[in-house]
Design a binder for this molecule. Sequence first.
Ligand code: ADP
Ligand code: MG
Length: 545
Amino acid sequence: MEVRVAEEIFKEFKEHSIAEFFKKNRQMLGYSGMVRSLVTVVHEYVTNSLDACEEAGILPDITVEVKETSDTHYTVKVTDNGPGVPKAYIGKALATVLAGTKFHRYVQQRGQQGIGAAGCTLFAQITTGKEISVRSSTGKGKAYTCKVAIDTVRNKPIVTDLTEMNDGPSGLSVEGEFADVKYENSDHGVYEYLKRTALSNPHCQIRFIDPTGKENLFIRSVNVMPARPEATLPHPLGLSVNDLLDFARLSQSRKVSSFLVDTFARLTSNKVAELKEIAKGVDFDKAPESLTWPEAEELIKAIRTVKWIAPEATSIVPIGKEQISIALKNILNPDFMNVVQRKPGVFRGGVPFVIEAAVCYGGNSGEKTDEGHSGTMLRFANRVPLLFDASNCALTDAMKGVLWKRYNIDLDTQPVSILVSICSVHVPYAGVGKEAVSKEDEIIAEAKLAIMDAARGVQQYIRGKQHASFEANRYKTTMRYAKQLAKDVADLTGYDEKKVEEDIKALTLKHYPHLKENASEDQGQDDSGQRNDQASEPDEEKENQ
Ligand SMILES: Nc1ncnc2c1ncn2[C@@H]1O[C@H](COP(=O)(O)OP(=O)(O)O)[C@@H](O)[C@H]1O
Ligand SMILES: [Mg+2]
């Protein structure tokens, strides 16, 4: 074998852009599997529309149109009534990976990294070679259309065909053509994704035109905007050494001590005094940017030994008990439901989160199967439905940890929907694709308690229902046998057969007066609902004769 020296090998050494990295690793962004890839595109555009509308204080009206152009080729068009994107930013917003208005803020939002929209542009480009068509208006009489693509080698946007015009209400419309995708009407498809989005965002209205041309409308359930989440300071317990150093580098404070007080929640000058006692090796008077790794390590150790008040949860805006109820009623119309919201919890010591859960029974709950029904689980993180990767998710673990039998619930046969939602400034996703919540013990425990709370209410309903149906069955059976019994009694004793029959029926009715109304229908009918004027003789009795 030929021997190669380092100089020769390193001639091939090259730097790559982040866009190029994702071009090769598209599965990391949710582009794997044809059905899932289509959902990912819709998801990225719709969550951006929702974030933008909320930020601007506009009740979202979103139209999603999916068309099949040829086998595995589809166009997706998403139009919103949000604030739009100023012309100067459109390339950065839709065609630069890791660029956006959200990454640097410590606030509850759907998007975070600035990967979503550019990911769609990249996906269109690598599967069909086509640009994304954009129309945007910022509402002040200024609108434009253009096409955007990414120069993947340099992670730079390419904006072409720019045309300006003077009209139109504010909003953004994006349209792209994608291949290697497929529309499917399943639990994992676009329709289900949008239905669940409407569930967790009752303040939005979504119009969905599916590939058959059918228009599906998910109406707005509540007319108020959710409270705007406040940006908060991070809690010290959520920090790693590396985080602390990053914050220190960016700090404008003069000293380490004031940097700590200014940058983190619950960190008062009293706490700094406590930290000083423990972290003796740290100079609290020097400039924060000169903090070294060993010092940061010592500080973090000290932070973990002192006592902290839990972080404030004002930064979290959960969906709301009432809002969930209204949305569930509109979308699933269950016979019964119970919705709960738990008090804020904390994971990894310092990150607050809120869990909401609902258990619904009947109506359009659960899933229709060949044999009848089965239960379904609806997972949400910061109001975004999670459709994939269920087995990797803390919320699934929580649901599986519940002893459903105890609640008279059988997820294999009953029409039950279980909703679990987590909201947090920092949802710990299990991967870049954001399809599952990582299995933090505190989150699993809290979600399980929430589900159990919700199930308790439903248990009472099911028990009542079972009791009622047990009574109704007994009543029906007694009434069915009355005629035969009267005949036998009359034969044995010589009493008047009609009178005995009337007495038995009267006696039964006296005990089940509330069943009387259904009784007139039941009488003289067998289970198949056919008129039955002959004395009813249950089949098993015939067999016994
Ligand atoms: N529909 C929209 N309306 C207004 N601004 C948008 C819209 N979609 C995207 N943007 C802007 O583009 C940026 C990048 O979006 P994206 O790549 O999805 O990243 P992220 O949502 O994580 O910030 C957003 O931060 C936002 O500023
Ligand atoms: Mg986004």
